[in-house]
Design a binder for this molecule. Structure first.
Ligand code: ATP
Ligand code: MG
Length: 340
């Protein structure tokens, strides 16, 4: 089975990104052959500062490696290193896609809200680039959160429509991917407002734990986590969102069951419980943070890893592109003529 995931190289990553996404990059390596990419072409839709984009791309790659993505098992590459294949496939799929279906994408509606005709075309066609990202690698399975389900449905529709137009009866020129729905739970809430998810753009600074926070900062943020006026450590997300968020986090980083953790902390005070969670999270994140800094201090090694992965990615994507070129009736490009 082949799995594909992309991650945007924008900004610093928080504990929610780690628990909800990055952690699964690591465990999904066991499910099959993984292709993971840093989606710098997607990030361009927001016209980020060029130096920031370059830096964030390397940082995001280092973060995935530090978290446990193993370049011997997974192909971890930068999307723009395979830009030629991704963008050519995007063009073909844009010819298959319909304005009506792109108009219906709720993320486009959200992002273009109030912008009228001045919204970027890149934001509009972004889901088609996503479709190209997926079909380029013949991915069987794409892990998606709730916010990406609609886009994966579009990928499936475009691949099927392409196959119907250009393939023989039942022929799958482009692989039609299945969504891999993430397990329920694992949604990390803001420590200061446990009714809202921890978030990059809408979070509170004190309530957001960054993956690169030092241990004492992490413990401090947990110490001031908002809970409730009872004094009972009990899992009840509706009535006790703060305590439940802490229990879930402790469960994930310690591997111990919620029931066991409830029993252990039942007699303590919230203060002790919050410190215990903070220390467990800090202990879990410390080796990741240390490995991250090592990688960022050795750019040559980081670039070597990304370089050999890019070769592997290009090999697969260019085979898909060659198949598509032949099927749609484009002439194979002639070899470049020798200049001397
Ligand atoms: P923004 O607030 O700007 O939307 P974000 O913090 O939600 O940013 P994204 O880049 O939108 O970050 O999401 C990256 C990945 O992290 C996605 O897979 C998303 O589902 C996951 N994720 C984001 N926030 C959380 C959270 N609080 N708990 C669990 N998973 C999360
Ligand atoms: Mg988000």
């Amino acid at each position: 089975m082949r799995i594909l995931s992309g991650i945007q190289p924008t900004g610093d990553k928080h504990l929610g990104n780690y628990i909800g996404a990055i952690r699964h990059y690591v465990s999904n390596q066991d499910l099959g052959e993984a292709f993971y990419f840093i989606a710098d072409l997607h990030a361009l839709t927001l016209l980020p500062d060029p130096a920031d984009l370059r830096e964030s791309t390397l940082k995001t790659a280092a973060m995935l490696l530090a978290a446990g993505v193993d370049p011997e098992r997974a192909t971890l590459f930068v999307q723009s290193h395979v830009a030629s294949e991704h963008t050519q496939l995007t063009w073909v799929l844009q010819c298959v896609a319909r304005m009506g279906e792109l108009n219906r994408m709720t993320q486009f509606k959200d992002k273009s809200d109030g912008k009228g005709d001045s919204v970027s075309v890149g934001i509009y066609t972004y889901p088609v680039l996503q479709a190209a990202d997926v079909v380029a690698y013949d991915a069987d399975s794409v892990p998606v959160g709730a916010d990406q389900k609609q886009h994966l449905e579009l990928v499936r529709n475009l691949a099927q429509r392409f196959n119907n137009r250009y393939g023989a009866e039942g022929e799958e020129i482009l692989k039609v991917p299945e969504p891999l729905i993430a397990e329920v739970g694992g949604r990390v809430m803001d420590l200061q407002d446990p009714t809202r998810k921890m978030s990059t753009s809408n979070g509170s600074e004190k309530g957001t734990v960054w993956m690169l926070d030092e241990s004492d900062t992490i413990v401090k943020k947990f110490k001031s986590a908002v809970t409730d006026s009872e004094a009972e450590v009990r899992y009840d997300p509706a009535q006790k969102p703060g305590v439940s968020n802490l229990l879930e986090l402790l469960h994930i980083v310690s591997g111990r069951s919620i029931a066991e953790l409830e029993a252990e902390h039942d007699h303590g005070r919230y203060g002790d419980f919050k410190v215990a969670v903070g220390e467990a999270v800090a202990a879990h994140m410390t080796p990741i943070r240390e490995r991250y800094h090592e990688l960022m201090d050795d750019r040559a090694e980081l670039e070597r890893i990304l370089g050999s992965s890019a070769d592997r990615a290009r090999e697969v994507a260019s085979a898909t592109l060659a198949r598509v070129v032949a099927k749609v009736g484009l002439l194979e490009a002639p070899e470049r003529a020798a200049t001397n």
